[in-house]
Design a protein around this ligand. Structure first.
Ligand SMILES: [Zn+2]
Ligand SMILES: [Zn+2]
Length: 381
């Protein structure tokens, strides 16, 4: 070989390269045919790839890649003939075969143009062309909102540290539209009820709005039964704590212990069910969840108050909790005279330490600012 002139060596190499690729193409055609006829099954192989790996001592990864490209070539007759004519290289065909997997139908349409790119471009440039083609295909999918895009929908929601719940997902267009519409409606109502000036970020507002949407669903009387009962937020509390005798713990079913400053608010809440424990984890009323405010009493409070009673707020009763003016822990009874409708936002504000307070003056509810001054009861428009 050392006596070959340079040009001859290059010529020689080109011919061998071409021959190897031709042989390779023919080898893959036969592998595809073996796969189609299922010849590998005769010896109990589960796939033509495992047959190839075992019978011809081919590395498993290579055997699998060979079968993939062999099958692709069977479905890409134009690329195969270009390969056999020596117009495109095997490497280029592999790039095209990978592209075809993205979307076979669209690929079959685009094959002539992509083949033309494979004829003129080096592999690196061909990969860029194919990447661009892929982007366009993805974009078309998104615009069509078709099944491939829809199949990507997912939602994860799970409790993490400190009882926070992480939500993450991609929604298909219809579900996403429903979510955005519902969130928008809740945020809108909030702006109208004039309590938007409290320094919350838009993201915090959306999180609260999502909670509101879930609560409204849980409050529906026709929600489906789960495990023999209607789903609701369940709080497990110590009996001593409920009676206000001692400090205790309150725990939500899925997210765990309730932070101390929220305990009172939860114990007020009409829509939350409770399971009472006496002392060391002994359920007093086993399996019996009782609403903290009985439904009949809640209805009576709704008839009387109709909406959130915080001065200037007009959110309807479906957004409200029945708040104990004198808290149960301070001996306040669950009685109509001691209950007041407050929307979730105002309920939270009234329970926040160092925030607004509420007491009975001449048996009428009186709201006070954090500095102790009386909040005028402005009648809503
Ligand atoms: Zn309350
Ligand atoms: Zn309110």
């Amino acid at each position: 070989m050392s006596e070959l002139p340079d040009a001859g060596l290059e010529q020689d190499f080109a011919e061998l390269q071409r021959a190897v690729e031709l042989l390779e193409a023919e080898r893959l055609r036969r592998l595809a045919e073996i796969d189609r006829r299922g010849l590998h099954e005769r010896d109990g192989f589960l796939s033509a790839a495992s047959w190839l790996a075992s019978s011809h001592k081919v590395a498993w990864g290579n055997a699998r890649a060979d079968l993939r490209i062999a099958r692709a070539l069977r479905d890409m007759p134009r690329s195969l003939s270009a390969l056999l004519e020596g117009e495109v290289s095997m490497s280029a065909v592999k790039v095209l075969a990978a592209a075809r997997q993205t979307d076979p139908l669209t690929f079959d349409h685009s094959e002539p143009q992509l083949l033309e790119a494979a004829r003129v471009h080096a592999i690196g440039d061909l990969q860029r062309v194919v990447g661009f083609w892929r982007q366009q295909v993805d974009h078309a999918h998104d615009l069509r909102g078709d099944d491939a895009a829809r199949a990507r929908r997912r939602l994860h929601a799970s409790a993490t540290y400190l009882g926070m719940v992480r939500v993450d997902g991609d929604l298909d267009p219809e579900t996403g539209e429903a979510l955005l519409t519902a969130l928008g409606a809740v945020l809108d109502a909030e702006t109208r009820s004039n309590i938007g000036e409290d320094g919350l970020t838009p993201a915090q507002r959306r999180a609260d709005a999502l909670g509101e949407i879930c609560r409204l669903w849980l409050d529906r009387s026709d929600r489906p039964m789960v495990g023999g009962e209607r789903p609701h937020v369940t709080l497990t509390v110590d009996a001593g704590m409920l009676a206000g005798r001692e400090a205790g713990t309150a725990e939500l079913d899925r997210t765990g212990p309730v932070p101390e400053e929220l305990e009172k608010q939860h114990l007020c809440d009409a829509s939350v069910m409770r399971v009472v424990l006496s002392g060391r984890s002994q359920p007093m009323d086993v399996g019996r969840r009782t609403p903290i405010v009985p439904p009949a009493m809640r209805r009576a409070v709704i008839v009387r108050d109709r909406r959130c009673r915080f001065p200037g707020c007009d959110r309807p009763h479906s957004w409200c909790d029945a708040h104990h003016i004198v808290h149960r822990a301070d001996g306040g009874p669950t009685a109509i005279g001691n209950l007041l409708l407050l929307c979730r936002r105002h309920h939270r504000m009234v329970h926040a330490p160092g925030g607004f307070s509420l007491e009975l003056l001449d048996s009428r509810p009186a709201f006070k600012r954090p500095d102790g001054s009386l909040l005028e009861d402005r009648v809503p428009p």
